[in-house]
Design a binder for this molecule. Structure first.
Ligand SMILES: Nc1ncnc2c1ncn2[C@@H]1O[C@H](COP(=O)(O)OP(=O)(O)O)[C@@H](O)[C@H]1O
Ligand code: SF4
Ligand SMILES: [Mg+2]
Length: 329
């Protein structure tokens, strides 16, 4: 088997709590192969962004990445790298785009200069050559009149254009992995479709792998090769797009899938799953989903379900898959 580009093992992050430290993500495991798009899905508050930040090692005190966590990038544990080496990995090897382009761009610097700086920081090109690269990149991400737009300030651009600038900046160094955290959530439906198309084309053309974070199964349907479903700091199901869309096994994944067409109209609220995601520190005993699960039974309340292999490509964390519900003896 080929080495995955990114392999995350037992990734755990905690924050200080009232009495003891509280886990925000808890033993996350996932893998992304070169060129592949893995969608990380779950409602708001499940720990998706924290997972992305921890992978990029953008977690700072009082938050802590626990010992035993591993983030292998091309086989190397980047959690063990010195900070200077990590800075090279970040940007040149793996880059991230965020939900809110407004907050990630510097409001007082022209957008072209910001992308240019990202290039000159990591490579030995002249300012002129870097500027030419920025124009090419702007063209590649579909920014009209790139010669003019490079001299615009962020506030002079629409939300969709700003997100394109962020994507250009992320792609500037041809990273092997792009982490996109809800890249279309702040955008309207038409622009959203254009940005998804752009990400699809870029990755097809460059071979860049993508970890795509979303609360929206519609986005999964459009872009993902494989899917990991997250709930209360854990991965509760993983499989191919086909596995998750055609035969999700975990009741939470089933609920997310059922709420695709309606969630948007309800501002992301899920019709099919009652209640809300429990906050860190308030995760229930046993199965963390048991307070909301329509299939809950005795074992669920006391015993955390193990990860059960369903097929060569699919696994889920639910007692229903171990046959216990059918055989209560
Ligand atoms: N710096 C922090 N300190 C304490 N709790 C945090 C911090 N950042 C996020 N959280 C909490 O961790 C949970 C997961 O957050 P996040 O990763 O942003 O979820 P998602 O991206 O899935 O919406 C949320 O309940 C959030 O309030
Ligand atoms: S383990 Fe029980 S509560 Fe958890 S998802 Fe499965 S059936 Fe529902
Ligand atoms: Mg988030």
């Amino acid at each position: 088997m080929s080495t995955p580009l990114l392999s995350v093992e037992q990734l755990t992050v905690s924050a200080p709590g009232a009495a003891e430290r509280v886990r925000i993500i808890d033993g996350i495991g996932l893998a992304v192969s070169p060129g592949e798009t893995l969608a990380l899905v779950g409602e708001s508050g499940c720990g998706k962004s924290m997972t992305a930040l921890a992978i990029m090692r953008l977690v700072s005190p009082p938050l802590r990445i626990h010992a035993g966590s591993r983030v292998l990038f091309e086989g190397r544990d980047i959690l063990a790298l010195p900070a200077t080496e990590m800075r090279t990995v970040r940007g040149a090897q793996m880059a991230m785009i965020f939900q809110e382009p407004m907050t990630s761009l510097n409001p007082v610097t022209r957008v072209g200069a910001q992308v240019q700086e990202a290039i000159t920081l990591h490579s030995d090109v002249s300012p002129f050559a870097a500027r030419m690269q920025v124009i090419d990149l702007f063209e590649m991400v579909g920014i009209p009149d790139p010669h003019k737009r490079i001299d615009a300030y962020p506030h002079q651009l629409s939300g969709g254009l700003k997100q394109r600038v962020m994507i250009a900046m992320a792609m500037a160094l041809k990273p092997r992995l792009l982490i996109a955290d809800e890249p279309t959530t702040a955008l309207d439906a038409t622009i959203r479709a254009q940005i998804l198309d752009l990400i699809r084309n870029l990755t097809a053309n460059t071979g860049t792998a993508v970890l795509l974070i979303t609360h929206d199964f519609g986005v999964v349907n459009e872009l993902a090769d494989r899917v990991a479903v997250m709930y209360a700091g854990q991965i509760v199901e993983e499989g191919t797009r086909e596995d998750l869309l055609a035969r999700p096994k975990h009741p939470y994944a089933q609920g997310l899938l059922k709420s695709i067409p309606r969630a948007e109209q309800r501002g992301g609220r899920l019709e099919e799953i009652q209640g809300v995601v429990p906050r860190p520190g308030q995760w229930p005993e046993g199965c963390r989903f048991h307070t909301r699960c329509p299939y809950v039974f005795d074992d669920c309340v006391f015993e955390p379900p193990a990860r059960t292999i369903v097929s060569a490509t699919q696994a889920a964390r639910c007692h229903l898959l171990t046959g216990k519900a059918l055989d209560p003896a």
